[in-house]
Design a protein around this ligand. Sequence first.
Ligand code: NOJ
Ligand code: NOJ
Length: 550
Amino acid sequence: MQLEMLPVLHIVVIAYFVLYALAYSIPYHFAPTQAFLREDLHLEKPEFGPQSSLEAWIREEENIALDRLLRNIAPGGSNTEDAVPGTVIASPSKTHPDYYYQCEQPLVKPLHPTQVLTASGIRDAAITMRTLVDLYASDPTSYLSTKLVPLLEAYAAQSHALQHEPNPSGTFSDLSGLGEPKFLVSGHAFTGSWGRPQRDGPALRALTLAAYLRAYNATHPLQWHRAASGAAPNPFADLYAPELPARSVIKADLEYVGRVWRDPGFDLWEEVRGLHFFTAMVQRRALRDGAALAAAFGDGGAARWYAGQAVALDAFVQRFWDDAKGHLVATLESSRSGLDCGVLLGAIHGTADDAVDDMFAPWSDEVLVSLLALVRDQRQRFPINAVPSAPVTEDGKFDQLAGVGIGRYPEDQYDGYGVSPAGGNPWFLCTASVSEILYRSASHITATKILNVTSTGLPFWSALLQNDDLSEGTLYRSGDEEYAKALQRLESVGDAFLAVVRKHTDGEGALSEQFDRVTGYERGALDLTWSYGAFLQAVKARKTLKADDQ
Ligand code: NOJ
Ligand code: NOJ
């Protein structure tokens, strides 16, 4: 009996050893950077409960958001098995919402089940990778940064591949293909019907990669210097090189943006064809950054042309201010109200962190009154907003800026799974964008030491300061009581909107796309990468503000 068992035992032992060996070799080849990161972020036991302070929750959620964001990036992200390196999936959700057949228009041909989409990859990916570039730039030698560099490198390489992939928007040879918003995670074109082209993607990608180049250069200055002086081959040639026709990723994107910004395309919500504030704002910033980059690479002609197009965009973006409505509109000549979280996002992604004064910056009067108008609309639109976080202030006044859930725009019908008449819901990324605008405004006022209440900004400042007698032309300076109150309110109102995000976050700290207008529960695409990015960016703006306070 025992002897008969022996061969079996041998097989078992051998199999065991094979498995053991494999267990060691698999992680070695495939990715486990993020497993280490998970440990490093101390994610094993969330310590926040309903009683913890907002501060404690933010600290915890920051780690969770970063971890979950990284899970959606290849190589290494646990949700990205089928994806080629450098892919950022918009969400791991494959069914309900079905990112295959999601929109009203049925797809031309069904996709093979393994061809999971990176829904709307270019915009979401660029915004996501920008969050990582900024983290890298803040401390290039940190442990985290050493883990981020391979992801950033893969993203740069995959950007080059996607630019060259022929697709329904066009091809690389005339650059028309750069307007394609979405690809399969295999890196192949998505051929279903969709709102295309979308002309914000190349601008956002150029901004992200240019920021990476700058950050990388900050730690390797010699390479840049030698390349720019022509003394050595340009080590960044894949990212930026003066040649035309453009073969480097950033230059191709900048050429595209410089040529097409006057042409209509689909908006960031992929629904409306036209000319859009968000798109124009990120195009303007890309061309400005691009001009500086071109100059640094000795590409003087391009630098002048990009700068010239950016100036033309300065004039163009002014058309989005609607004097009669008293706010910025998302799309020109649209039948919609124009109130739109895309306006806030345009200000956020269209304005450099270190911008001093800029048209339609987050702290500009036009953006702040647009924010107020959107908040007012959304408060009365969604049942869950009927009981805002803090309806009444200390002195008993109704707070028009009490934290509420913010959706995309008033007319929205997309409920996260399909379209229905009153379908819209609040979105995490839109709610977080309100906080970011307010924190960045507070930082701006701290830096300038002045608060100037103009006729345009009056409605916002009256609401913020809860002072109906405030008049235009009022000037508050650092040291004034009202100046201090404005700063304190910008921060606490920003926190109130983050508290709304917190309230609807699930027990694991996961963020989907939307939260239900009636029940408040999460809905739409699970683990939406952009939700995490928007939250992290708001938190970053909050930290900057807190550091200024010191
Ligand atoms: C998917 C798009 O991404 C989303 O923005 C849109 O609202 C829905 N389709 C419905 O058209
Ligand atoms: C729908 C959103 O409307 C769009 O902006 C986004 O790019 C995609 N979902 C993917 O997250």
